[in-house]
Design a protein around this ligand. Structure first.
Ligand SMILES: NC(=O)c1ccc[n+]([C@@H]2O[C@H](COP(=O)([O-])OP(=O)(O)OC[C@H]3O[C@@H](n4cnc5c(N)ncnc54)[C@H](O)[C@@H]3O)[C@@H](O)[C@H]2O)c1
Length: 260
């Protein structure tokens, strides 16, 4: 077989959690374009229709990664259409906000179960499957700049704590899994205009979300908010032969926001 191009994912199967919307959908599209066969894992019951409409050729598994003891089954189901997944993009995440003084144990559990435990257990199930198939693997974890420094938007402390933990987990997994041929890296996006942000900040209106984000955009060196594709392109890089010697890094993709 000829050697793969440095940004090519031909011959790989990419499992993208949260791939029915926002950044996950853009990542799934770019992974497919780079040659991977794509399986979207998402809890949204509309996932089959969304994948059929926006990601032709991709497969789907409707599943909730926040539940305990589901991850081996999710990876096994994701292996059915195209074979064992060799790329895992841990994108599924939630960002509800609460003032620190109003936070409850239930609120912390809610954010933690998806953003940290779900991501970690998907990685465990994926890694076991890749190792027993005798394949190489790539994990790309979607963290956030909120895991690095406090956001201007208040109420994100529990969320930020999970994302800081994802950055630490990325480093540790990279060290432990390297000997098994699995590469682990992450991305810390700044604010990205995704379906979730349009819903949360704009009440469903992209225009209203853009308006709400205007003060942040004014302080961003690039003077624009990120598009999901800004993140997707970096995810492809981290899963490609071009990133072969990059391990345990969380690349900040924020237009220079955190430089200020
Ligand atoms: N949008 C931003 O500004 C931003 C910035 C930094 C980091 N992030 C992170 O990027 C990721 C994607 O964010 P987004 O804005 O694209 O979100 P989004 O809300 O637009 O899409 C998230 C997708 O994940 C799915 N999902 C959520 N919880 C799930 C679960 N438990 N099991 C399976 N699927 C689940 C949802 O159904 C949805 O399809 C998240 O991890 C988020 O924390 C987002």
């Amino acid at each position: 077989m000829p050697e793969k191009g440095i940004f090519e994912l031909t011959g790989e199967v990419a499992l993208v959690t949260g791939g029915a919307a926002g950044m996950g959908r853009a990542i799934a599209a770019r992974m497919g374009e780079a040659g991977a066969q794509v399986v979207v894992v998402d809890k949204d019951s509309e996932t089959p229709a969304i994948v059929a409409k926006h990601l032709p050729g991709a497969a789907h598994v409707v599943a909730d990664i926040s539940l305990p003891h589901v991850h081996e089954d999710i990876v096994a189901r994701a292996a059915q259409p195209f074979g064992v997944p060799t790329i895992l993009v841990n994108d599924a995440g939630i960002y509800p906000s609460v003032a620190m003084l109003d936070a409850t144990p239930e609120f912390f559990d809610l954010v933690y179960d998806t953003n940290l435990r779900g991501l970690a257990m998907m990685s465990v199930a994926f890694s076991r499957s890749v190792i027993s198939a005798g394949r190489k693997g790539w994990i790309v974890n979607i963290a956030s700049v909120d895991g690095l420094k406090p956001s201007l938007v208040s109420g994100l402390a529990p969320y930020a704590a999970t994302k800081g933990a994802v950055i630490a987990l990325t480093r540790h997994m990279a060290v432990e899994l390297a000997e098994h041929g699995i590469s682990v890296n992450g991305i810390a996006p700044g604010t990205v205009l995704t379906d979730g942000v349009v819903k949360g900040l704009g009440g469903g209106s992209e225009e209203a979300a853009r308006e709400a984000l205007a003060p942040l955009v004014a302080k961003n060196p690039t003077k624009r908010v990120a598009d999901p594709d800004d993140i997707a392109k970096v995810a492809v890089f981290l899963a490609s032969p071009a990133a072969d010697y990059v391990r345990g890094q969380t690349i900040v993709v924020d237009g220079g926001w955190t430089l200020n």
